[in-house]
Design a protein around this ligand. Structure first.
Ligand SMILES: [Zn+2]
Length: 254
């Protein structure tokens, strides 16, 4: 690893041995955000740099806003695990992963400090600009692995990131109105919902059965795009927010 970081924003190196060749030869076209979910930043960093743990991320952003680079961007870091987005399963090969230090749901899931969010915004803006990552390919770990992961969670302010030009975000429709659809139901409206989620990118079979997989995708969607209420129940607000986001995609088949 060179003695310089890849980013134009202030950062220092904390090299991890946990990386490999990017596979498939495609360019880097996704940015995945995580939280560390461990009690302290140091515990998380030690794990991300421990060869036995076999996990890593390109960057770690500490609570105070310090940015550490653990893996060179040219290399494949090991942050996504078993995951899927829009037909892609080897997300590690085409993404950059950022771990945001936060104890997460296993502890008390504290708010993300402002100074930390500012640093995340600056780092993400720098990464998406250099790699020309499309807004709709800036995602949460929970989006690409809704059955396993909750991070960075509904307290992460995606709207603030979008205000800095990073990620696709629309003002969520207000909650508490009309049409409910939930686990156990079936039929054409469920099919329509599943189609929309699949077009957006979630791993979703269009079966017409609102099963556990569907609920988990709805929860992941809400956690990221309609964080006021994360319950896996589809109301008017969930549908309308999803519609608005889909209408922002340049081409539904892209
Ligand atoms: Zn994660």
């Amino acid at each position: 690893m060179s003695a310089k970081t890849d980013t134009g924003v202030p950062a220092r190196l904390r090299p991890s041995p946990n990386h490999g060749e990017r596979v498939g030869g495609g360019s880097i076209d996704m940015l995945i955000l995580h939280y560390t979910g461990m009690e302290t930043a140091e515990a998380a960093l030690q794990r991300l740099c421990d060869p036995r743990a076999e996990v890593s991320a390109h960057y770690v952003v500490e609570e105070g806003g310090s940015i550490l680079q653990c893996v060179p961007e040219a290399r494949r870091a090991w942050h996504a695990g078993r995951s899927y987005w829009k037909g892609t399963t080897d997300i590690n090969s085409r993404s950059i992963g950022i771990e945001i230090v936060n104890r997460g749901y296993d502890y008390d899931y504290p708010e993300f400090p402002d100074v930390q969010i500012e640093a995340v915004c600056d780092l993400c803006a720098d990464i998406v600009e250099r790699h020309e990552i499309k807004p709709w390919r800036v995602l949460a770990h929970s989006d690409i692995a809704p059955d396993r992961k909750l991070d960075p969670g509904e307290k992460f302010p995606w709207g603030r990131l979008a205000a800095k030009g990073v990620g696709l975000y629309v003002e969520p429709e207000v909650t508490g109105r009309g049409i409910f659809m939930q686990e156990g139901e079936s039929g054409q409206p469920v099919e329509a919902l599943q189609s929309m989620l699949a077009i957006f990118g979630y791993r979703m079979e269009v079966t017409g059965q609102f099963d556990a997989t569907t609920r988990l995708a709805v929860e992941a969607f809400q956690r990221h795009y309609r964080p006021e209420q994360v319950d896996g129940i589809v109301d008017q607000s969930t549908i309308e927010t999803l519609h608005k986001l889909l209408s922002k995609l340049p081409d539904l088949n892209a």
